[in-house]
Unconditional design. Sequence first.
Length: 255
Amino acid sequence: MSAHTPNEPLLHAAVNGDRDHPVTPRTPETIAAEAAAAVASGAQVVHFHPFDEMGRQTFDAEAVATTIRAVRAACPGIAISVSTSAEITPDPQQRLALITEWTELPDLVSANQGEAGIGEVCTLLSGRGVGIEAGLLSVSDAATFVDSGAADRCRRVLVEPTVTDPDAALAQAAAIERVLAEADVDLPQVHHGEGIASWVVNARAIRRGHGIRTGLEDTPVLIDGTQASGNGALVSVAAGLLAELGSSPRVHPLP
């Protein structure tokens, strides 16, 4: 399996998704502005979902290209990750056809391993030089990923517990990590959660020597539960956690 990459980015920002928040960006200009704010606060990778002119998430080649160019201009030298989520286009063949038409390619894509047709998407994009971040939203996803043998073509895994209860999210993150460890998958990991639970998932990951992700796609609230003003504020808090908890990265044996 792939070894950890030296200088692996530690802090990823997921700036939109379809989050209901006053400043969730949905145009190339606002996505670029929120990405720049995240980078200014310490993000080393920027992840986003392009939107069409009607305010809907899309895989349309022109919308994807326009948004990637805007973010690259606002965040020079920063790795860009784009979503391939089935929530955007549920039909696997339609999704694949749309992604095939992309002309402006991101550096990375997130690829949820539990989704129908994701193997074909990964084969297509990795063949075009795009790095794959394997999204594991559940223990089942992790098992599917291990059985697929796809780890060798992936850049890293995203450990993404979806439950909002903090204790349940921590347990789910540990269980996903255990599946990977038992299969000797040693790809770099980036962990995040949903809502308020994202912060305990982040803290656990830092203590274990993993990367973390935050941003409006993951949580609209800060550690104390108050609404975040935007991606810059969320990344700033995450950067503070890294400084506080990650000065000596370490990975403890799994319980």
